[in-house]
Design a protein around this ligand. Sequence first.
Ligand code: NAD
Ligand code: TYD
Length: 363
Amino acid sequence: MSEGDAPRFRRLLVTGAAGFIGSCFVRDSLARRDGTTIVVLDKLTYAGNLANLAAVEADPEQAARLRFVEGDIADAAVVAPLVADVDAVVNFAAESHVDRSILDPAAFLRTDVMGVHVLLEACRIEQARAAGGDRAAAPRFLQVSTDEVYGSVEHGESREDDRLEPRSPYSAAKAGGELLARSYFVTFGMDVVTTRGSNTYGPYHHPEKLIPLFITNAIDDQPLPLYGDGLQQRDWLHVADHAGAIGHVLEHGVAGETYNVPGNNERTNSEVVAALLERLGKPWSLVRRVEDRPGHDRRYAMDGSKLVALGWTNRVPFGEGLAATVDWYRTNEAWWRAIKAGDWDDYYRRQYGGRLAGSREAG
Ligand code: NAD
Ligand code: TYD
């Protein structure tokens, strides 16, 4: 959608939009100034950050179309009245970090499965109200899922109807959430669409994830903990393209369908790290080879032809997007230093303390 086009869904409930991708979706949607109003529901976990929406709050016209509610998607009493007032729900809210799902899976089941269930039930009530003439139409529900539900893909590219073989508590919970969403389409005839995005990068990415962790550690000349041989492959998608594709599926996706959102930029982790260090002017000697992640998926890759057929193409070339991302972290130190000053140290020690003690230079 571009500035001026009238959106199909004007009143949105966007969950998890104090996080990385959801906040981009909200910033970009409101910046189109097409009359869209957004209620954000976010629990403000360690990953939620109101600073990610500061650009909206700084613009009175956009701020007037945003309402922020702090709350849990798994809390029916909070969710029901919000869903009653919108045309569509876009569910970004999730526990999103694979390493944390290995340390503590329970939070992933609660939010990524049970939270989806609560949102779906609220939409089902609204569907009944629409059938009874109490509202014009039932809300559309868009579930933001991930390529990780396919599991590790040694060869070729996953297509939407391939078998799901999630291998981490994170991806298993995400698979549970999206299967539940689809079941509400099949069983209750609800208007459900799902996207499966690939590894996303860009500004406002929490520094627990590979790219922002390595940029921010390198700025401080701290070790970069590369898991295993560093030859795992990921397909990198710029956050503006991921958010844009989700908006496109919200507008144009066919009810009951799932759409892959690939980046078409497959790189090994070592290649990505080398590119980051080059942009930063920092040496490879910062890289430490550390004990691998248990159950580490070797490769993700998706076929994106279904989304292309729906009319979407990515816009941000990987080299440009990565360079701009490095530059963003260099010029926005206050944003990530505030995160690394919070409860970060405990997490870092748990996740990396032993690993770094037993590490070696990557050579
Ligand atoms: P993130 O961790 O940056 O943000 C998650 C947000 O959800 C945070 O603001 C957090 O406070 C909020 N949240 C967590 N639990 C909640 C709850 N119970 N109720 C309400 N809010 C809650 O995540 P992200 O990287 O922006 O990912 C957004 C979505 O996209 C997730 O569903 C994730 O699975 C999916 N996804 C992410 C990627 C990626 O590479 N980051 C790729 C594909 C799909
Ligand atoms: P991550 O950003 O956690 O995304 P995902 O696990 O969802 O793909 O990790 C991207 C890749 O980088 C993945 O192969 C794991 C690897 N990685 C490291 O080597 N070291 C790290 O400290 C982190 C966080 C990730």
